[in-house]
Design a protein around this ligand. Structure first.
Ligand SMILES: [Ca+2]
Ligand SMILES: [Ca+2]
Length: 213
């Protein structure tokens, strides 16, 4: 900075030329100190300060905080639109970045379904619908899932939900409790009941798309 750019320096120079400034206080004024401080801050921010070891910064075109490893610059301070991380695998797709936890059914602009940058498109929904019941053992096992083939990323398929429901049903009374002549018994005998677990199924009214990341 040129010494005469500071108002304080200018005032000192004028005072040196004109004795009329004799009563001017020698202590710098608050606005002069603020000016000097602002100049120092600007010099540091412009990267021309003390920095001796510039670091690499990577262009982050999609603004997801991860930069393109193929587009880097060396600087003491991150330029506008650049970040210190250079591990983005698709810098034109803000949904794709290392560590992404979400799954998607529409592809990246380049057609890939790799959204967490691990190099592969991982399918989220792989289970197929199934339900097995064994009335004799009163067991039932149900799984919701795809009806048939598991669709590829972004492809649609039929989705079936299954569940086991348990209900009480009337059991046939033992033969010994029935009147021999087939007439209704004089005393009402409550029908014995038993619990039965069996499959209940339903199909989604629309086709479900496969999610990947
Ligand atoms: Ca990015
Ligand atoms: Ca992936």
């Amino acid at each position: 900075m040129h010494p005469l750019r500071s108002p304080f320096a200018v005032r000192l120079a004028l005072c040196a030329l004109a004795a009329a400034c004799a009563r001017e206080p020698e202590r710098p004024k608050r606005q002069d100190l603020e000016f000097l401080q602002a100049e120092q801050t600007r010099a540091a921010a412009s990267g021309t300060g003390e920095c001796q070891t510039p670091a690499s910064f990577y262009a982050d075109a999609d603004g997801d905080g991860f930069g393109n490893p193929a587009r880097s610059v060396k600087s003491c301070k991150a330029p506008e639109g650049y970040v210190s991380d250079g591990t983005d695998c698709a810098d034109d797709e803000p949904r794709a970045f290392p560590g992404q936890k979400e799954y998607f059914h529409t592809p990246r602009p380049d057609g890939s379904y790799d959204f967490d940058c691990d190099g592969k498109a991982s399918i989220r929904l792989t289970q197929r619908a199934a339900c097995e019941e064994d009335p004799a053992a009163r067991r039932c096992q149900a799984t919701s899932g795809w009806d048939g083939k598991v669709p590829d990323c972004g492809q649609a398929g039929e989705w079936v939900w299954n569940e086991c429901r348990t209900e009480l049903v009337a059991d046939a009374p033992p033969a010994a409790d029935m009147p021999a002549d087939g007439q209704a018994p004089a005393v009402s005998i409550p029908s014995p009941q038993k619990s039965v677990s069996h499959c209940w199924s339903g199909k989604l009214g629309w086709k479900k798309r496969q999610l990947c990341r």
